[in-house]
Design a protein around this ligand. Structure first.
Ligand code: A3P
Length: 328
C-alpha cells in the first residue's frame, strides 16, 4: 500500500501544515471565488487540451472508506477509477524532495527547471498513468487516498478536477489502521494515540484544502452517511460531479471484480454489498488513557462533526434501501 512511503507526510508537524495551508489559502483566494461562481465547470471546455479533462480524485485518510467509494463510482457506466496507482502519491513526495530548500529550488531554476516546466512534466506524467492504467470510459477517476493532501496543487494542474474527500470518525479510522497493522512511516502501528495524531494532521490539511477550493470543487463525504444513506449520499455526489446518477452505483459488488487488483487491501470487504458492521467495530477497542485525552489528541473530530466524548455514537438510521424495504 502507498501508505508506507507517503507516511513521511505523517512526520510533518501540525504547525508546518497549518502554515502551508494558510499560504496556499492566500494563493488560492481568487481561484476559489471564481470556482464558486461556476457551478458547472465539470465539463470539458477544450477537448484538445488535456489539462481540461474533468478528472475525479477520490481520497482521504487511508481506511476511511476510499475503496468502497471508488468501487461505487466504478459501478457507474461512464466512470473509471480502478485500483490505486501508488505511483502518484510517491510522485508528490518526490516533488517535495526536489524542492527541499531554497538553495535547491534556486539551483533548479538556474538550470531552467522553472515551475512551469516541472508542472507541465508532472501533468503529463499523471495523465499518462491515470488514462492508461485501465480501460478508458467517459470520465477518468483516480483513487490514491493521500493525494488529497495535495489537492490544491492538483487543482492548479487540472483546472476541471473535482475532489471527493472521504471523512470517517477518526476513532474508527485509527482502529481500522491499527487492527490491520497498516504501516505508516513515523507512526507506531500498534499505537492508537500516534495513529489518531496522524489522522488529525492529515484531516486538518485535507479539510482546510477542501475549504480553500470551495464546494463546487471539493465534496467531503462522510463514510457513515455513505453506508447508512447511500441513495441520498450518492445522488448528492453525482449532482456535485454533474453526471447523471445511476442506481448501479448502489450495487458496486456486481461490478467490483472487474476493477480489483489482487494486491488491494480489503478485497473481501468491497466484494460485499454495503454493510454496517464497520461503523461500530471500534467500540471498546481504544485504550482508556487515549479515550480520556481524545479531544486534545484529535481536535479535528469535533470540527468534522464527531463528539470526542461520546464513546458509542449513533451515526443515524439506515435508509430504506439499506434496510431492504426499497429495491433499486
Ligand atoms: P474497517 O477496517 O473498519 O472494517 P479504505 O478502502 O479507505 O482503506 O477503507 C476501509 C474501510 O472501508 C474498512 O473499514 C471497510 O470495512 C470499509 N468497507 C469496505 N467495503 C465496504 C462495504 N462493502 N460496506 C461497508 N464498508 C466497507
Amino acid at each position: 500500500m502507498q501508505v508506507k512511503r507517503t507516511g513521511i507526510v505523517a512526520l510533518s508537524s501540525f504547525y508546518i501544515i497549518a502554515l502551508l495551508v494558510i499560504g496556499e489559502l492566500l494563493l488560492y483566494k481568487d481561484n476559489r471565488e471564481s470556482s464558486r461562481n461556476k457551478r458547472s465547470i465539470f465539463t470539458r471546455t477544450n477537448p484538445g487540451n488535456e489539462t481540461d479533462l474533468p478528472l475525479i480524485f477520490v481520497g482521504g485518510v487511508p481506511s476511511s472508506g476510499t475503496t468502497l467509494m471508488r468501487s461505487m463510482l466504478d459501478a457507474h457506466p461512464d466512470i473509471r477509477c480502478s485500483p490505486e496507482t501508488r505511483l502518484l502519491s510517491w510522485l508528490m513526495l518526490e516533488l517535495k524532495e526536489w524542492h527541499r530548500g531554497e538553495d535547491e529550488t534556486h539551483r533548479l531554476a538556474e538550470a531552467g527547471v522553472v515551475p512551469y516546466v516541472l508542472d507541465t512534466a508532472v501533468t503529463k506524467f499523471m495523465l499518462q498513468i491515470i488514462k492508461h492504467h485501465s480501460t478508458p470510459k467517459s470520465f477518468f477517476c483516480n483513487k490514491d487516498p493521500l493525494l488529497l493532501l495535495d489537492m490544491i496543487y492538483l487543482k492548479k494542474l487540472f483546472r476541471n478536477a473535482k475532489f471527493i474527500y472521504m471523512v470517517r470518525d477518526g476513532r474508527a479510522n485509527a482502529h481500522s489502521l491499527v487492527s490491520r497493522n497498516v504501516t505508516i512511516l513515523g507512526v507506531e502501528p500498534t499505537s492508537y494515540r500516534t495513529m489518531l495524531q496522524f489522522w488529525n494532521r492529515a484531516s486538518l490539511q485535507m479539510y482546510a484544502s477542501c475549504n480553500v477550493l470551495g464546494e463546487a470543487v471539493c465534496l467531503p463525504v462522510h463514510y457513515e452517511k455513505l453506508v447508512l444513506q447511500p441513495v441520498q449520499t450518492t445522488k448528492k455526489i453525482f449532482e456535485f460531479l454533474d453526471i447523471d446518477w445511476n442506481p448501479e452505483v448502489l450495487h458496486h459488488e456486481r461490478h467490483v471484480k472487474e476493477t480489483l487488483s489482487q494486491f488491494e487491501f480489503l478485497t473481501d470487504q468491497v466484494k460485499k454489498p454495503i454493510y454496517l458492521d464497520a461503523l461500530t467495530s471500534w467500540f471498546g477497542k481504544i485504550p482508556l488513557d487515549v479515550e480520556r485525552d481524545m479531544a486534545k489528541i484529535a481536535p479535528m473530530l469535533k470540527i468534522l462533526g464527531y463528539d470526542p466524548n461520546n464513546r458509542e455514537p449513533n451515526y443515524g438510521e439506515p435508509d430504506d434501501f439499506v434496510s431492504g424495504i426499497v429495491k433499486y
